[in-house]
Design a protein. Structure first.
Length: 128
């Protein structure tokens, strides 16, 4: 089992980011964090890096359900979605596979929830 769900698309980086954010909203997720890795690495290390953003997405209903089952599962939240440009017009969109990450907890009650969240994140990725 892979730890991510990924797809490469022929879009500009900016268009891919906008489609991901819109898709997340449509599936009930909000974006809690937005990390511009390129800008951060330039500022902190003085290095050039490709366009790379990490969006920390959260679906409050699913987060509440997971926390009610396992109170320390918050260490695995939010669900990260990565948009990275490999070359102009070739952008990869990846999301954490929540089912894979929930398995490390060892609580079988999280499996069904992980499957539901995976379906929603896969729908976001497929729609980009």
């Amino acid at each position: 089992m892979s730890y991510h769900i990924s797809r490469t698309v022929a879009l500009s980086f900016e268009d891919a980011v906008a489609k991901v954010i819109s898709g997340l909203k449509g599936e009930g997720f909000g974006v809690l964090t937005d990390i511009d890795v390129r800008a951060t690495l330039k500022e902190k290390l003085g290095v050039d890096f490709r366009k790379y953003r990490i969006l920390g997405a959260c679906n409050p209903r699913f987060a509440h359900e997971a926390l009610a089952i396992e109170d320390r599962v918050g260490v695995l939240l939010p669900c990260n979605v990565v948009i990275q440009e490999h070359e102009p017009g070739r952008v990869e969109v990846s999301a954490v596979d929540p089912l894979s990450s929930m398995q490390v907890v060892g609580n079988p009650r999280l499996k069904g929830l992980g499957e539901k969240v995976r379906e929603k994140l896969r729908a976001v990725i497929d729609a980009v």
